[in-house]
Design a protein around this ligand. Sequence first.
Ligand SMILES: [Zn+2]
Length: 228
Amino acid sequence: MPRAVVLLSGGLDSAVTAAIARGQGCELFALSVDYGQRHRYELEAARRVAQSLAVRDHVIVPVDLSRFGRSALTGQYDVPKDRLADEIASGIPVTYVPARNTVFLALALGYAEALSAADLFLGVNAVDYSGYPDCRPEFISAFERLANLATKAGVEETLKFKIHAPLATMTKADIIRRGTELGVDFGLTHSCYDPDSHGRSCGHCDSCQLRLKGFAEAGQTDPLEYVA
Ligand SMILES: [Zn+2]
């Protein structure tokens, strides 16, 4: 069974990505980053998802990006609420975390090389989050080149690293349908940027809005609890 490293955020997209990797016959090694997110629910969700997918190992690496600031997700700014669909789709929002996916992929690459795993999976999506520069296919292919240049395994050609972003061009509704086919339990995931103290989703941040719209378009009901 080929080994694969999957970046697990606890969100819906990374859960479906992990299920896709498993469906392709990979043995999964999950990596989550405790990056100073404004709440703990994401990491708890990542643990639940890892367990449900029977990953071989789940590593949670602390890298405190809140120390750099400059993001609503690490608490420097308020999380925007009730933005319109075209506002969400344009520009780079304050929920962007400086260079986050570059940092995460660098950690995943180190983990993969240590495991002799050639395949890295991440759940980035360029449809809903067109503003994030580190969710674009150009970024993924550039990082793949870097992975093969930057490592002993790449230079000695014992491994040919491949960065898989299977959701890159899918809509949220398609992602939800695919996850349902693969048996993903969406009740284990967490997407909200600003949950209440019980972990209930706000229903108003960009992430909640995209998630709810995706479930509606897929003709399904989101199992998560939302603040009334
Ligand atoms: Zn929310």
